[in-house]
Design a protein around this ligand. Structure first.
Ligand code: HEC
Length: 484
């Protein structure tokens, strides 16, 4: 499927999902009182209870004739599609939904009063809020984005949560809070990896306190926690391209754990693979699935693991201290780039023979490189340069930095993820200095993080999506083709 998602096919898909659900669940027919109190309504019907509020109070400014802020409210699919700035509501999360925050009659905005119309009643507000918390079910009975194919899971280390973005619709579609799964509010989710078919996803969850659960957790596509493997200081995750295993490195800050993990994805049974150094972080598997490469932030050594028998070779990295944060391997498995967080360079290794790795050149980048990805055709490597507010693009034929992407929403770029067809690169941005202004400034809210969408054909930012807070690394079901 094309990643340039047209409005028609987006609506068509939503409709198709809704239709499937309504055929299964049947339709609820309710009374026709247009604005009943929230408490009086048993089952909320979109047409009867929700659309009628929009029709009476909103569509004079938000319909096909006048879509203020790009938001149309003359139908469920329009509402779900959001405004020019992104989503209007996040299903199941009214407290984090822009529309609910703006409409709160007791709040500072009390929209549409702020634009000269009457604010909505408490009853209407409670009904809208409940409808969002029950999943923003549409006229045909289903919650939006329940069957999305392409999802990006963005970690928020500082607030124990994950934002889920649909990378076809370019909208936030779910917010997940680790406390709801029984984790501590201090839990720090570091990285996510997603099965190629999207059926399950895995997250490394640590904590600054040793007594808290530290684990590799497995969730299904409905975001239910299935099982977990407890282990100290889990860092990055790499899925094996063909076998039922994944690999986990340790956090950069981990000073004790001298091992990485091989975990069986089906039942999360694990084997520890001892390595010679602590705090190994960077982690990548050759696309053919034969060798794994990992390295430490503190010690300039690389562990090269033969995955057929888990034997480890140690390779000494030459030159200045690198402190690799992450590795990315070309689709043909011959070349690997690493982000030297201490050297402020990206470094190329020839890994065509994993038993005779050759360290090649290092390219200077304008700050600390954090995360990187090859494009699926192998032609470029995109690198987030956190403190320089740029995304550097390495041309892998010339082995030169060809371009730097800058944009007001690229502020402290962190995680990076490419779509399977290579058309778009997604970059999470921390915006810690608050240089990127929120669409609506709410008292007490942190500056928003951002997720930018870079079109690879033009190397330009085509969309900036506001995130609820500072994001970290992220994961999606990217399927990089394998040439062997
Ligand atoms: C009199 C015109 C008017 C009416 C009526 C109105 N709006 Fe708006 N709405 C606007 C304008 C103008 C903006 C953009 C400026 C702003 O954000 O305040 C806006 C912005 C919004 C936004 C923010 C979009 C974004 O992403 O920034 C939401 C959500 C919204 N309206 C929902 C509603 C709802 C729901 C109703 C009915 C209860 C409603 N509006 C009624 C004019 C109106």
């Amino acid at each position: 499927m094309s990643a340039s998602f047209s409005k028609t096919s987006f609506l068509g898909l939503l409709f198709a999902f809704s239709l499937t659900v309504v055929l299964l669940s049947g339709c609820e027919l309710l009374g026709d009182d247009p604005t009943p109190g929230a408490a009086d309504v048993d089952v909320i019907s979109y047409d009867t209870h929700i659309q009628s509020i929009f029709d009476q109070r909103c569509t004079s400014c938000h319909d096909g004739n006048q879509s203020r802020a790009g938001l149309r409210l003359d139908g469920w699919t329009w509402l779900i599609q959001g405004s020019d700035f992104g989503e209007a509501i996040i299903p199941f999360s009214s407290d984090e939904s822009r529309m609910i925050k703006l409409l709160d009659p007791a709040g500072r905005f009390a929209h549409p009063e702020n634009v000269g119309k009457e604010k909505i009643s408490d009853d209407e507000f409670q009904l809208l809020k409940r409808w969002v918390d029950e999943g923003a079910v549409g006229p045909l009975g289903s919650s939006p984005f329940t069957s999305s194919l392409n999802l990006l899971y963005i970690t928020h280390e500082d607030e124990a949560s994950i934002t889920v973005v649909d990378t076809d619709a370019w909208l936030i579609v779910r917010r997940l809070h680790l406390e709801d799964y029984g984790f501590s509010s201090r839990a720090r989710v570091h990285h996510v990896a997603v099965e190629p078919d999207g059926s399950f996803w895995y997250a490394t969850i640590g904590s600054p306190r040793a007594e808290d659960v530290q684990t590799v957790a497995k969730f299904n596509r409905f975001n239910e926690l299935i099982t977990k493997y407890d282990t100290p200081q889990p860092g990055l995750i790499a899925l094996h391209p063909t076998q039922d295993v994944l690999y986990v490195s340790r956090l950069i800050t981990s000073s004790l754990e001298r091992s990485l993990l091989e975990i069986r994805r089906s039942d999360m049974a694990a084997i520890e693979v001892p390595v010679s150094f602590a705090g190994e972080h960077a982690l990548a598997i050759r696309p053919g699935g034969d060798y794994l490469f990992s390295s430490s932030y503190d010690v300039d050594q690389m562990a090269i693991v033969d995955l057929s028998n888990l034997t480890v070779q140690q390779y000494d990295i030459k030159g200045v201290k690198q402190g690799f944060g992450q590795f990315a391997i070309s689709p043909d498995g011959s070349r690997m780039w690493g982000t030297g967080m201490q050297s402020k360079t990206v470094t190329l290794f020839d890994i065509s023979n994993p038993n005779a790795v050759v360290q090649r050149q290092s390219l200077d980048v304008p700050g600390i490189p954090r995360d990187l990805t090859f494009t699926p055709d192998g032609s470029s490597v995109y690198v987030t340069v956190t403190d320089a507010n740029t995304v550097a693009i390495v041309n892998t034929y010339l082995d030169l930095i060809e371009e730097e992407v800058v944009h007001p929403a690229i502020q402290g770029p962190m995680g990076i993820s490419v779509t399977s067809n290579g058309a778009y690169v997604f970059v999470s941005n921390q915006n810690s200095q608050g240089m990127y202004a929120a669409r609506h400034t709410m008292i007490g809210e942190p500056a928003p993080g951002t997720l930018v969408v870079i079109e690879t054909a033009t190397a330009t930012v085509v969309k900036a999506i506001e995130l609820p807070s500072k994001p970290g690394l992220m994961g999606s079901r990217v399927v990089i083709p394998t040439f062997r």
